[in-house]
Design a protein around this ligand. Structure first.
Ligand SMILES: [Zn+2]
Length: 178
């Protein structure tokens, strides 16, 4: 006789990614309705990212998801992040590119270093991407790259050989799958 409901056997089980103490999910729950293992992984990384980015309980950093359509999204195994700290990922990338230009124009190596360090500290989009890369455990289907794509994939990896097509498709959001 089965005494416990076989909840863990329910392959369709999904739940929204929840807010943490250092970050707040700003999008409607339906925008990131995913399988529990993905929700948990994202929540752990987002919390760590937000704490390292120096936000406080009083001012949690906001994160905004939008629902995806293809591939892993269809089975709740993927999520797309479009904005962090109230700024779109495309805008964070634009600021990042501007800083790179300023760094290469800098008169001395020290000035160049200061520009880069300031940007790495303040650019929440880049920081989020790096946190997802460093702390997250994402899917890698056989014969495919690790399922972390975003505006920084060609520069930072993990899949630096990302095609122009796929890079363009992720110029305004970060995609993760588990
Ligand atoms: Zn996606």
């Amino acid at each position: 006789m089965l005494l416990h409901a076989p909840a863990t056997l329910d392959n369709n089980a999904r739940r929204p990614v929840q807010s943490g103490s250092a970050y707040r999910v700003d999008s409607p729950p339906a925008h990131a309705l995913v399988r529990p293992e993905l929700a948990e992984e994202l929540e752990n990384v987002l919390e760590r990212f937000a704490i390292e980015a120096g936000v406080s309980d009083h001012r949690p950093v906001t994160v905004f998801f939008r629902p995806g359509i293809f591939g892993h999204h269809q089975v709740g195994r993927a999520a797309d992040i479009y904005a962090v700290g109230g700024v779109g990922l495309d805008e964070w990338k634009r600021r990042w590119d501007d800083a790179r230009d300023r760094a290469s124009d800098a008169a001395t190596p020290l000035k160049r270093q200061l520009v880069v360090e300031k940007e790495e500290k303040e650019n929440l989009g880049w920081r989020l991407y790096k946190a997802l890369q460093k702390y997250g455990h994402w899917a890698q289907p056989y014969g495919y790259p690790i399922q972390l794509f975003g505006p920084w994939t060609r520069i930072e990896g993990p899949w630096k050989k990302i095609s122009d097509f796929l890079l363009r498709a992720h110029r305004d959001h970060i995609h993760v799958a588990k």
